[in-house]
Design a protein around this ligand. Sequence first.
Ligand code: TYD
Ligand code: MG
Length: 456
Amino acid sequence: MAKAQKNFVCSNCGAVTTKWSGRCDGCGEWNTIAEEKPLSQAGPASKTLGGLRGKEIPLSTLSTQEAPPPRTASGLGEFDRVLGGGLVEASAILVGGDPGIGKSTLLLQAAARFADSGLKVVYISGEEAPAQVRMRARRLGLSEASVKLGAETNLRDILTTLEKEEPDLVIIDSIQTMWADNVESAPGSVSQVRAAAHELTTFAKTRGVSVILVGHVTKEGQLAGPRVVEHMVDTVLYFEGERGHQFRLLRAVKNRFGPAHEIGVFEMTGDGLSEVTNPSALFLSERDEPAPGSVVFAGIEGTRPVLVEFQALVAPSPHSQARRTVVGWDGSRLAMILAVLESRCGIPFAGLDVYLNVAGGMKVSEPAADLAVAAALLSAREDAALPKDCVVFGELSLSGALRPVGQAENRLKEARKLGFSSAIAPAQTKAGLASGMELRQMRDLVGFVGDIFGAG
Ligand code: TYD
Ligand code: MG
């Protein structure tokens, strides 16, 4: 007789293994693997569907004309932007983020705005008592909003209520607290979270209701993270921000109804999240005199240009192994740029500690920031500031050559709008007639070093 197979599931990425291990091979996280009951005793492969015929389904052609899906804008502009222009009917949205980052605050504010735009909104809290949610609503000045509030974790009861209420939008805060009584695992386990997300998204599709699921990013093995349900929903948004900074970014990681990588920018204030319509001004607000090591990068986030400041510090290292510390940018990309500076330009960083930071708690992932990072490192090392009115962008290849990047004109326009008058960019960058910026085009990093820092 076959022994019952044990199942181990990673709570971060959902990878299934037959053995426990300290580190997940799938995503590399530590201590996220826990044992779980197999999802079904027999497994789908043991029964064939062949014997009994089902009913035929209608197939259509690709050329069928369809109206774009109806959308409702909340009026909370930054939220609508990230959704791709508003909430699509019958869509399922996941909003992930660290505990305490402001997910409940954001969604309560969004719920109130959607209710004002005429949607019937139900907010189910599995974490807080109604009194607590009401207290937050009062603090946000939303006590009068026509949002219906429920505090429940039993999925069957929630679905029964929703069937009767027939809302347009349901917010589930959070998916980790929901439990389906037909699944044996504990609430918060991967199977429970997946089952609950599946029930809710199916409900959304069949009833024409939009659902927003809140998911905490978790660090423990027993609780499933939002990544395990990413594939079930139409749109995945992450709410991010550095602790100690008031900025919050809502980032679209996946969106079936709009552009991915779009960001919405908010500021956490004493009475809730307020929209930041001009993020560049915010991220640069602490800048005054040009300082060595500080360089403004003209970046693109989603469809919108954003200027951010890179800050570098280079100092002799007291340790035998020099430090490389990065905040807001990719560590291996930094190592690459240091290597290019050393081997192509002959500028050594050995024995020097290197710190790189993106101001304002922003995270940058564009390769177009390579040249700005190189410039910040050089400027810090040479103790020479770049001109105050200058922005930098360009991708670096391992040969030291600079590659042109997309949307140069948008980057330049945004820089000019914020009072910058010159830009350092790769050769072949097309400024467009509109930009009106002085453009200094560089073919490679060696030329850049010679031109800007007068060394080579
Ligand atoms: P919350 O929305 O509860 O976070 P999450 O649902 O992601 O766990 O917000 C948590 C933090 O936000 C809390 O530390 C207090 C702060 N906050 C404000 O600064 N201003 C406000 O108006 C509100 C409602 C919360
Ligand atoms: Mg919350």
